[in-house]
Design a protein around this ligand. Structure first.
Ligand code: THU
Length: 152
């Protein structure tokens, strides 16, 4: 793992948006709140939080919820950065991050990659831990990604 960094100058605002989104998680089963914030080249930001279900396997992750919101807002590319904040919390509370950064799950990596590939970007992904931030390119999280071009 890359050494977590606490001093990324351009990441603080996006991380704050992800943290705020985590308070809107519906996660009564895991008690694990995740917020994601997507930054676009036009300056806009779209957020999402995880949405669980009594049929546990149907739960939606924050990153996937954020991508769905962004696509429904008309975004088809231009994804330049992603922030993910996760940790335990009570209903209505922001995530309290643990020592390990929350990295997007495999499905979310693929979902983020679709939106990124539409615009030909390789977004920075900021994964927040209690005492720092892990910064990675999406292509590092999901090398050799399958995508739209594979269907040509
Ligand atoms: N979760 C996310 O929202 N994003 C991730 O990348 C990992 C996991 C959610 C799913 C579930 O609601 C909770 O965290 C515990 O796994």
């Amino acid at each position: 793992m890359t050494t977590p960094r606490a001093d990324l100058p351009n990441s603080a605002g996006l991380i704050a948006r992800a943290r705020a989104a985590s308070a809107r998680a519906y996660a009564p089963y895991s008690g694990f709140h995740v917020g994601a914030a997507l930054a676009f080249a036009d300056g806009s930001v779209v957020t999402g939080a995880n949405v669980e279900n009594a049929s546990y396997g149907l739960s939606l992750c924050a990153e996937t919820a954020a991508v769905a919101a962004a696509m429904n807002a008309g975004h088809r590319g231009g994804l330049v950065a992603v922030a993910v904040v996760g940790g335990t919390s009570a209903e209505g509370g922001e995530a309290v991050c643990g020592p390990a950064p929350v990295t997007p799950c495999g499905r979310c990596r693929q979902t983020l990659s679709e939106l990124a590939q539409l615009g030909g970007t390789d977004p920075l992904v900021w994964c927040v831990a209690g005492d720092g931030v892990l910064e990675l390119r999406l292509s590092k999280l999901l090398p050799h990604a399958f995508g739209p071009a594979n269907l040509d």
